[in-house]
Write a protein that binds this ligand. Structure first.
Ligand SMILES: NC(=O)C1=CN([C@@H]2O[C@H](COP(=O)(O)OP(=O)(O)OC[C@H]3O[C@@H](n4cnc5c(N)ncnc54)[C@H](OP(=O)(O)O)[C@@H]3O)[C@@H](O)[C@H]2O)C=CC1
Ligand SMILES: CCCCCCCCCCCCCCCC(=O)OCC(=O)COP(=O)(O)O
Length: 280
């Protein structure tokens, strides 16, 4: 879509972004802000969100887009009792309006199933699956009332194919894909659109924050992320997918797309490739 079309579609829209303090979420804040959206930044660390807000407020936005002030809210997506309350507070300052929800907060994993505590599985599912479900369910009634809305679920190539040493992460991403695919037709009658976005490796701190099998933080920047796509590029693709009302997009290198096809057309070949990968 052209810049003009993006400005027309997005100006004045209220966009709630989870995991807005860093990486892809932060890049999405800039991408939507640039087209005239009012951005609601959410994550657990208020201090980091305030820094992003300051950068947004200082950002030059070329005319004719009218700059909308962004707002920050502390939101732990795993704090189920708190999510509803926070969404109520957010809507109170946005005329009960949330046009676009970017369910982006996520947590990754490093480690074999054998060496991973059950608690690690719970923590990863709490963020990547139940966190996304909880926020979606809290936002949905407002979208139904306004008879419009767009929910974007940030998944991964691992929403489509599983890779070794990511049993929790791959499973959580597959599960969230299942949630959105079932939700999409349900909310269609309310004029609510659901887009699942499945990126390949992105240059962010996701590996730094990933959990080891014992629950400790991995704390290293992996090569795949170091050489991954720029977060700004992926964020712009997310904007495009919203404007084009896509159902399901994969933002990934050709090889990753081929891998998804191989998993579908010739599962045993895919499992053989993954066995080789596990041996690396
Ligand atoms: N980087 C990559 O290679 C890829 C990433 N993705 C997906 O992109 C999304 C963003 O990840 P990315 O930016 O890379 O990683 P980062 O680790 O940089 O960002 C993760 C974000 O999630 C937030 N977050 C984590 N836990 C919670 C929680 N309990 N409640 C609220 N917010 C939380 C963090 O904020 P805070 O700590 O302030 O709460 C942070 O802003 C994830 O869903 C990830 O799965 C998909 C494919 C590839
Ligand atoms: C005849 C041609 C054969 C071609 C076979 C190609 C097989 C290549 C395997 C590709 C595996 C891709 C895995 C991609 C995973 C991914 O992009 O995940 C991103 C994330 O969500 C985070 O990654 P992390 O590794 O940090 O969990």
């Amino acid at each position: 879509p052209s810049i003009t079309l993006k400005q027309q579609c997005l100006k004045g829209k209220v966009v709630l972004i989870t995991g807005a303090s860093s990486g892809l979420g932060k890049a999405c804040c800039f991408a939507f802000h640039k087209y005239g959206c009012k951005v609601i930044l959410c994550s657990r660390t208020l201090e980091e969100l305030e820094k992003v807000k300051l950068e947004l407020d200082e950002k030059f936005i070329p005319k004719p887009v009218e700059k909308k002030p962004s707002i920050v809210f502390q939101l732990d997506v795993t704090d189920i009792d708190h999510v509803g309350n926070t969404i109520r507070k957010i809507t109170a300052v946005c005329d009960s309006k949330i046009d676009i929800l970017i369910n982006n907060a996520g947590l990754d994993q490093r480690g074999s199933a054998l060496a991973s505590n059950l608690d690690v599985y719970r923590r990863i599912f709490d963020v990547n699956l139940f966190g996304q479900i909880t926020v979606t369910k809290a936002v949905l009634p407002y979208m139904v009332a306004q008879r419009s809305g767009h929910i974007v679920g940030i998944g991964s190539v691992q929403s489509k194919i599983s890779v070794p040493f990511r049993t929790a992460y791959s499973a959580s991403k597959h599960a969230s894909q299942g949630f959105y695919d079932a939700l999409r037709p349900e909310v269609h009658e309310h004029n609510i659109h659901v887009t699942t976005v499945n990126p390949g490796y992105i240059k962010t701190n996701i590996s730094m924050n990933a959990l080891n099998g014992d629950g400790s933080v991995y704390g290293k920047l992996d090569g795949n992320q170091k050489n991954g796509m720029e977060a700004d590029f992926v964020a712009e693709e997310i904007v495009n997918s919203v404007v084009k009302k896509e159902n399901d997009v994969m933002i990934a290198p050709f090889l990753h797309k081929i891998a998804v096809w191989i998993r579908f057309l010739s599962p045993n070949l895919y499992f053989w490739i993954m066995r080789k990968r596990a041996g690396l």
